[in-house]
Write a protein that binds this ligand. Structure first.
Ligand SMILES: [Zn+2]
Length: 136
């Protein structure tokens, strides 16, 4: 679900870009790289874990390794500075001590898209899901 805030003039505002986890993603890429399962520190509650999960997912969608904050908004598909775009998969899991953590993997967006097309073909209506579709 997408929550649209109503501005002072009563007009709906676009949701704020969620880039809270950009620094986390940068660090995770440095330490672990792509295509690896990464575990967050323990989260005290399910809501917090869910917030972390969403934050990682959304921040990945805005991320570009070139470091320009607005890069993915201004240049939707390719970075003019040849920065790397990523996508994330993130799930809430319980560790061996029963604590909640977010387990996530970062993918290169271009190769993830290619792999998806290789697997499911180019006919978007037959895809089990659309990776470009907006998700909450
Ligand atoms: Zn860029």
């Amino acid at each position: 679900m997408r929550v649209i805030a109503i501005g002072a003039g009563g007009r709906p505002q676009a949701p704020r870009r969620d880039t809270r986890y950009e620094a986390v993603l940068r660090l995770a890429l440095q330490l672990h790289g792509l295509n690896r399962l990464i575990l967050s520190p323990p989260c005290p509650t399910w809501d917090k874990a869910d917030d972390v999960r969403r934050g990682i997912y959304r921040s990945a969608g805005h991320y570009c390794s070139c470091g320009q904050a607005a890069c993915s908004r201004r240049y939707r598909v390719y970075c003019p500075g040849e920065g790397q775009r990523i996508s994330a998969q993130a799930d809430i899991v319980r560790d061996a001590q029963g604590r909640l953590r977010v387990q996530f993997t970062l993918f290169d967006k271009v190769s993830a898209r290619r792999a998806h097309v290789r697997r499911h073909g180019t006919d978007r209506s037959r895809w089990p899901y659309d990776p470009k579709a907006k998700r909450g």
